[in-house]
Write a protein that binds this ligand. Structure first.
Ligand code: ATP
Ligand code: MG
Length: 237
C-alpha cells in the first residue's frame, strides 16, 4: 500500500560538493516543493547534473545539509541523458525494475503493459531494448520511471539530441506525470523547452545558484548579469 506522507519538500542548506581542490557546487540553498515543475538551467559545466545527482542521493554533499521531509528513497526516480537500459527486452526493462521493488508477477505484467501502451512502445515490447532508436530509448527510460510511480522525478536533459517529434512525445509524458502529481525536477539546454515546461527556474553558473524563482519572472526580468547574458544566447564561460 502506498504511503501518502509526502517526501517533499526537499531542502538544501548551503550544500557544497568538492572534488579535490575544486568546489563544483558552492553553498546551494533551495527548497523544492510539491506541485511545480522546477527546471535547472545554466551553461555546460555549471553543475546541473551534479546537483540532480546530489538530490537523488547518488552523491553525498561535502558540506551543508540536504534533507527530505520524509526519508523514503523509493519515492524518487531519475532518468539520465543517456538512459541506462538492461540487455533485455523492452518489456523486461520495465518488469525487472518493478520486481526489484517487490511487486508481484501479475502486477508487474499489468503495469508494464500499461506504461508501454501509454508511451507508444507496446508494438516494441518484445524487442531487445538495445535496438531501439535514441528517442525510443528515452521513452522507455521515462516509461520505466513512470511505472515506479515516484513522487519526485529527476530528469537530466531528457530530450538532448532528439528531434522535435520525439521531444514533443517526451514533453507530453512529463506533463502527464506532472498532472498526476509527480514533482518534476529537470535540466535542459533547450530554452524553448524551459519556457514550455517550467513553473520555476534555478539558474546555475560555475557551481553557484545565481537565481531561483518563478519562470515568468526569470524570463521577463532576470536579476543577474549572467542569467541575462545566458537568455540572450551569449556564450557564458
Ligand atoms: N566526479 C567528478 N569529479 C571531478 N569533477 C567532476 C565530477 N563530476 C563532474 N565534475 C565536474 O563538475 C563540473 C560540473 O559538471 P556537471 O556535469 O554537473 O555540469 P552540467 O552543468 O551538467 O554541464 P552540461 O550542461 O555539460 O551537462 C564540470 O566541470 C565537471 O567536469
Ligand atoms: Mg549535465
Amino acid at each position: 500500500m502506498r504511503d501518502f506522507t509526502s517526501i517533499l519538500p526537499l531542502q538544501l542548506e548551503a550544500v557544497s560538493y568538492r572534488a579535490g581542490d575544486c568546489c563544483l557546487l558552492d553553498r546551494i540553498s533551495v527548497q523544492f516543493r510539491a506541485g511545480s515543475r522546477s527546471l535547472i538551467l545554466g551553461p555546460n559545466g555549471a553543475g546541473k547534473s551534479l546537483l540532480l545527482r546530489l538530490c537523488h542521493g547518488l552523491l553525498q554533499p561535502s558540506d551543508g545539509v540536504l534533507s527530505w521531509a520524509v526519508d523514503r528513497p523509493h519515492a524518487q526516480a531519475m532518468v539520465f541523458q543517456n538512459p541506462v537500459l538492461l540487455r533485455r527486452s523492452v518489456r523486461a526493462n520495465v518488469t525487472y525494475a518493478l520486481a526489484l521493488r517487490g511487486m508481484s508477477w501479475r502486477m508487474r505484467q499489468r503495469r508494464a503493459d500499461r506504461v508501454l501502451e501509454e508511451a507508444g512502445l507496446a508494438p516494441r515490447a518484445r524487442q531487445p531494448a538495445a535496438i531501439l532508436s535514441a528517442g525510443e530509448k528515452q521513452k522507455l527510460a521515462l516509461a520505466r520511471a513512470w511505472a515506479l510511480r515516484p513522487e519526485v522525478l529527476f530528469l537530466d536533459e531528457p530530450t538532448a539530441n532528439l528531434d522535435p517529434g520525439a521531444t514533443k512525445a517526451i514533453e507530453q509524458t512529463i506533463n502527464a506525470m506532472h498532472a498526476a502529481g509527480v514533482k518534476i525536477i529537470m535540466t535542459t539546454h533547450d530554452m524553448g523547452q524551459a519556457r514550455r515546461l517550467a513553473d520555476e527556474i534555478l539558474f546555475l553558473h560555475r557551481g553557484r545558484l545565481c537565481e531561483s524563482g518563478p519562470a515568468a519572472t526569470f524570463f521577463a526580468q532576470p536579476e543577474t548579469r549572467e542569467a541575462a547574458a545566458f537568455l540572450r544566447g551569449e556564450l557564458l564561460v
